[in-house]
Write a protein that binds this ligand. Structure first.
Ligand SMILES: [Zn+2]
Length: 268
């Protein structure tokens, strides 16, 4: 079975449901979960927003609510899609990158953060936000919170700041693998669990065997697709990107090339 398809995603969620995990969105976690076993569903809509809608429909059919974090850039910010996903009962959040876009100018970043948050609140009463990694920028978007507090903006959660990672296992599909953490530049956390899984199938087996951690935050990007062409192209791109990113962290010339390619990509 091909991994990172909608079909696989459905099997994955069904395996958790069959083992009595409560599937919740991020703000539900922030408010306090009344369950011993839960899986928080988080999606960063970095691009290909159309795929996000397909995942949202699938989750809706299974009766679960996830959190979709949208960026302000045009690849992610598609009003029609945001509206539809909200109407399916999902949580909408802001995938912010203001400090990187403002090139470190804190006051300007605060101003755009407020404006962008107000914009997303025209679709949904946004209560949680989540950092975008901005891997080619020297600014870490989380630095913003050294100067401001979530409650200043009427927010209750930010996965990197308000998740108890001693208790909650963090799972991310970065680079089309569940153990691709070495490719992540910023969107990673210190896990106090020393287990890793490679494929969705590995996870399904462990969940069904009852040995998967009881509490988990799962970040699934919106690159999951059933279409053969898109699936193949995305796998090739992620393979190249992973390797370039990996080398770029260790080599200056590669870093410059990677950074130029990413900028050109987002402009196109
Ligand atoms: Zn992102």
């Amino acid at each position: 079975m091909r991994d990172f398809t909608l079909k696989t995603y459905k099997h994955l969620l069904q395996s958790f449901l069959s083992r009595n995990y409560k599937l919740i969105n991020y703000s539900a976690y922030c408010k306090g979960v009344d369950a011993d076993k839960f899986l928080i569903l988080r999606h960063d809509v970095d691009e290909i927003a159309g795929n996000a809608l397909k995942m949202a429909k699938l989750e809706h059919e299974l009766g679960v609510s996830a959190t979709y974090y949208f960026r302000i850039v045009q690849q992610s910010n598609k009003p029609e899609i945001i509206r539809k996903i909200a109407s399916l009962g999902h949580e909408i959040g802001y995938h912010y990158e203001d400090l990187a876009l403002a090139k470190g100018d804190l006051q300007f970043a605060k101003q755009t953060f407020e404006e962008n948050l107000a914009y997303f609140r025209t679709f949904y009463p946004v209560k949680t936000v989540c950092m975008h990694g901005s891997s080619t920028s020297k600014y870490d978007n989380r630095e913003f919170w050294k100067n401001f507090e979530l409650k200043d903006f009427g927010l209750i959660g930010e996965p990197y700041l308000t998740t108890n990672f001693n208790e909650v296992y963090y799972l991310t599909d970065t680079g089309y693998a569940w153990d691709g953490g070495k490719f992540a530049v910023r969107d990673m956390v210190e896990n106090s669990f020393d287990v890793t899984y490679h494929s969705s199938d590995d996870i399904i087996k462990v969940v069904e065997a009852g040995t998967f951690p009881d509490k988990c935050l799962m970040l699934a990007h919106t690159l999951w697709t059933d279409g053969y062409f898109q699936w193949t192209m995305l796998h090739i791109r992620e393979f190249l990107r992973n390797n370039l990113k990996y080398v770029a962290q260790r080599n200056k010339l590669a870093k410059t090339i990677y950074s130029k390619l990413v900028k050109a990509y987002w402009k196109s």
